[in-house]
Design a protein around this ligand. Structure first.
Ligand SMILES: [Zn+2]
Length: 185
């Protein structure tokens, strides 16, 4: 259905009784996601019932906000989270689920100097994301040395993924990330 015309034309979700803006496959974000998961638009998803904060992407969002607040690699470059995602878990979750998010994927900024915002983000597997980071040659400084994470990992014996996660998910300072022994259960 199309309301208005010209520049003001807005496509509307085709689910019965819905008047939200069309996002994908003729549905709004909410109905698209129901359709994608269940093959129909009238079945309610878990996170709709229990709240968006229960969705795994809520954790992704919280890590992203922490990085931009505490991690010098982000703070010093002035990398920010866009207002929409900063203010709303729901907005971020809805964007994620309509943009190829799957459990286990990590969020990646396409332009490493750009912000966390819809036009600059995509979801990648952990190894694709790590490869991109290496390709961009991010260098990490601690103890008067500035070098790649690969080099830090081989120097310290701490696995690359552990150091990466400490810095990017836990927002540890580099010096701690490359020195604290790995906890052995
Ligand atoms: Zn809809």
């Amino acid at each position: 259905m199309l309301f208005g015309n010209g520049a003001l034309a807005m496509k509307i979700c085709s689910a019965e009784g819905c008047h939200r803006r069309m996002a994908a496959k003729s549905f709004c974000r909410k109905h698209y996601q129901r359709w994608r998961v269940y093959g129909r638009t009238n079945r309610v998803l878990n996170y709709e019932r229990h709240g968006y904060s229960e969705h795994p992407l809520a954790i992704t969002r919280s890590n992203m906000l922490q990085r931009c607040k505490r991690n010098p690699l982000y703070v010093d470059r002035g990398i920010k989270v866009c207002r929409e995602w900063y203010e709303s878990t729901r907005s971020f979750v809805e964007w994620g689920v309509t943009n190829d998010w799957q459990e286990g994927l990590t969020i990646d900024r396409i332009d490493p100097f750009g912000d966390y915002e819809p036009s600059n983000c995509q979801f990648l597997t952990f190894s694709e994301n790590s490869r991109r980071v290496i390709h961009q040659e991010y260098l990490y400084s601690a103890f008067n040395k500035t070098q790649s994470l690969t080099k830090w990992a081989s120097d310290t014996g701490i696995p690359y993924a552990t150091i990466w996660s400490r810095i990017n998910n836990l927002s540890w300072p580099i010096a701690r990330a490359v020195t604290q022994p790995v906890f052995q259960a």
